[in-house]
Design a protein around this ligand. Structure first.
Ligand code: TXA
Ligand code: MG
Length: 329
């Protein structure tokens, strides 16, 4: 066992919080039975208490201790997609602190696909509550260095598990009896879920527009880099772009849904975010390329939406790009 791993274990044992690697993005984790750790997660992230945390488990048996309903849908999806980037929201038992679920009846549960984190949870024998390891509303981290930099003043131990393989956050699906709703898109697509449930002849039906109350973490803006991102969906010259961006930005409020809108100080120079034309690779690159762009001393970052950026394979990444953008033109 490495000393870094042992240190992570010790911190969590004594009720502190730790940066943990997963296949999606890094998390900021605390034991679900340590109230102080859960409170500290919200505090260091500046996260409002209305936005619930996902609980990470190392086995299906552990997941079952957290929820009072584990029907065929949960069983089939867990067996097919865990460990992996799928979070299921299921009716919670009393062992889950209401602080974790923001007082909601359901708890978000997932088994991450990362050996170090699975070993950490298994060694503790206690699930870990972990949101993405970034300040509220800001870009998610896909390396240990991103987490260290984000919480540079908070002295948080980060377990380095390399670069995140998926690169964007898990698909979040609310499961209520036979009804399913996707609260956040991700690498696991709706068609993947439909396919496996059909295969096992499970009865289900998708609810298209989930109730806002069931999805408190849905803000218009989120995942924002430290330098404003402008998403360009229409053809525009560089000169018009600067003019249009300036006038639109000036009309925007400083805060939307409690998230601070990142605005440029000047509109002189910009840097272009470029991503692979393969959606899986593009998702893996997204947050680190976005951070690299933000480090280049430009006034703003631009991203051109291309013709091929449509359809199911791009949906989850575009959800992140749209929300990360201060402005769409
Ligand atoms: O891939 C991931 O899911 C990463 C890694 C670390 O596991 N975690 C993550 O957590 O993205 P976070 O907190 O940044 O995003 C979790 C989302 C939020 O939008 C939150 O509102 C929603 O899931 N969520 C969590 N628990 C919920 C619940 N009980 N009911 C409804 N939504 C929930
Ligand atoms: Mg997050």
């Amino acid at each position: 066992m490495s000393t870094e791993f042992q240190k992570a274990l010790d911190c969590l044992q004594k009720g502190d919080i730790v940066g943990i690697p997963t296949e999606t993005v890094y998390g900021l984790a605390g034991r679900i039975d340590q109230n102080n750790a859960i409170e500290k997660i919200f505090k260091v992230k500046n996260r409002p208490f209305f936005d619930p945390l996902i609980v990470h488990v190392s086995s299906i048996a552990m997941a079952k201790t957290l929820c009072c309903q584990w029907d065929q849908i949960a069983e089939v999806l867990a067996k097919k997609f865990w460990p992996g980037p799928l979070t299921m929201i299921l009716p919670k038992t009393t062992i889950v602190n209401p602080l974790i679920t923001s007082g909601l009846d359901g708890v978000g549960i997932r088994m991450p696909r990362h050996d170090l984190t699975l070993k950490l949870i298994e060694s503790l024998g206690v699930p870990l509550a972990a949101p993405s390891a970034n300040k509220f509303g800001r870009a998610s981290p896909t390396s240990a260095a991103h987490v260290k930099r984000e919480f540079i003043d908070d002295n948080i131990h980060v377990l380095d598990g390399g670069i995140c393989e998926v690169g964007i956050e898990s698909t979040v699906v609310l499961v209520k009896n036979n009804d399913l709703s996707i609260l956040r898109s991700g690498h696991i697509k709706r068609s993947d879920i439909e396919k496996v449930l059909d295969e096992f002849k499970v009865e289900f039906h998708f609810i298209e527009n989930p109730n806002k109350k069931e999805s408190p973490g849905h803000m218009k803006h989120h995942y924002m880099p430290s330098v404003p991102l402008v998403l360009i969906e229409n053809t525009i010259s560089d000169i018009d772009l600067k003019k249009e961006a300036l006038s639109k930005m000036n009309q925007m409020p400083n805060e939307i849904d409690g998230v601070q809108i990142i605005k440029p100080k000047n509109f002189d120079n910009f840097v272009e975010l470029s991503l692979s034309s393969d959606p899986v690779l593009a998702a893996r690159q997204f947050y680190s390329h976005l951070r690299n762009c933000a480090d280049q001393n430009a006034d703003f970052i631009i991203f051109y939406k291309k013709k091929y950026h449509v359809g199911e394979f791009w949906e989850a990444l575009f959800d992140r790009i749209k929300k990360a953008a201060s402005l769409t033109i």
